[in-house]
Design a protein around this ligand. Structure first.
Ligand SMILES: [Zn+2]
Length: 383
């Protein structure tokens, strides 16, 4: 099966009332883990690559890995999507490479750092739709700005600033009508990366989940029942994944001296009482990944009941991979064959993908429909 246009995957998800995970990839292990998870749960799936991923993997490798993925699992509908395209040129490059879907993020300027004016967003998004649809390629746009930065992309808005850049439902209706996008990324207070909240319980000091403006999704869905919405920054960042990362930062011996230890980038001499005390303090209090909270699965489920069809998850697989690798080195510091840690890393990512596929509801839907080609989709847009 060739890669299918993302539009079909979203249309089918809308019919079935479920959401589809869009997972970011940079390398072979992530692609393999996603495909294995999709196959084992019988899920249609969206695989996406950011500009940073394309640079890291050198485009041609990613293209060939995706070809391998669809060849190995011909029964799984897979869309290949460009995440946060910054310009018309970047989107065209991705289309040329064989992507069946592109995001043009006109909410930010081309540098990906500064919010754009609404009119600029409309203009660039419309342009990409005009170029992509005649080729059968799906287009995702974004209205409003997300917090955080990922792969160098994002205005780095604070939690307070995020709340002044939420998607306006009325403007969303106009934006979709003016641009003709297939899917709309909404800003409802989510952020990219592992630190999404910025809220702390004043009594306990514990980090609280981010406040999401789910009412915006409800209202957009009411205004446009057929609009496919996209939730970005939707990793759940569960404690079992962050704990795994935090648990395995190993203490190392320095110069073979049992009393000299390197930990968190500092050397401690345990013969020195003050150093010993400092070491114990660092060991017990230093939080390697400070307290963090992601988007609770219940809120994603609420979104899915109200028109969210694509759920972007990147951080959770990053955490799973890093935790698995740290565990290998903590338990067997002598390991040096990359397969000894990349295989557990791939397995840990696989588990996350399986859980998300089940939670979003895409599991069991891979064989619901006959996959379309870009050519079929061209005809649909031409009507
Ligand atoms: Zn995003």
């Amino acid at each position: 099966m060739p890669l299918v246009p993302m539009r079909q995957i979203l249309d089918e998800a809308a019919k079935g009332g479920y959401g589809v995970g869009a997972f970011n990839v940079n390398n072979m292990e992530q692609i393999q883990a996603i495909m294995e998870a999709a196959n084992d749960t019988d899920s249609p799936v969206i695989i996406q690559a950011s500009r940073g991923a394309l640079k890291y993997s050198k485009m041609i490798y990613l293209k060939k890995l995706m070809e391998a993925a669809v060849e190995e699992y011909p029964q799984i509908p897979v869309a290949m999507h460009l995440d946060h395209g910054n310009s018309v040129e970047t989107c065209l490059q991705a289309i040329e490479l064989g992507f069946t879907s592109v995001m043009i993020d006109g909410s930010l300027d081309e540098s990906g750092k500064k919010p754009n004016k609404y009119e600029q967003n409309v203009a660039v998004t419309k342009k990409v739709v005009e170029l992509a649809h005649p080729l059968g390629v799906t287009v995702e746009g974004e209205l409003g700005c997300l917090g955080g930065i990922e792969d160098g992309h994002g205005a780095g808005l604070s939690t307070e600033e995020v709340n002044t850049h939420l998607t306006d439902p009325k403007q969303a209706e106009e934006f979709v009508a003016l641009t003709g996008v297939d899917a709309l990324a909404v800003a409802i207070g989510t952020s990219h990366g592992a630190y999404k909240s910025g809220r702390v319980d004043p009594k306990t000091g514990e980090v609280l989940p981010p406040v999401l403006a789910m009412d915006r999704i409800h209202e957009i869905h009411e205004r446009m029942p057929n609009c496919h919405m996209v939730m970005h920054g939707s990793s759940s960042v569960p404690p079992e994944l962050t704990n795994e990362v935090n648990a395995h930062h190993a203490v190392q011996r320095v110069d073979g001296d049992p009393a000299k230890l390197r930990f968190m980038g500092k050397v401690f001499n345990l013969h020195d009482a003050l150093d010993m005390a400092a070491f114990l303090m660092t060991l017990t209090t230093q939080n390697r990944m400070p307290g963090t909270q992601g988007v609770p699965l219940e809120q994603i489920a609420d979104g899915i009941r109200h028109g969210v069809r694509k759920v972007n998850v990147d951080t959770d697989s990053r955490l799973a991979i890093t935790g698995a690798i740290l565990r290998v080195f903590a338990e067997s510091p002598g390991k040096f064959d990359p397969r000894d840690y990349l295989k557990p890393a791939r397995e840990a990512a696989y588990k996350v993908y399986v859980e998300r596929m089940k939670a979003f509801g895409q599991a069991g839907h891979a064989r619901d429909y006959a996959p379309m080609t870009l050519g079929d989709m061209k005809a649909v847009y031409g009507k």
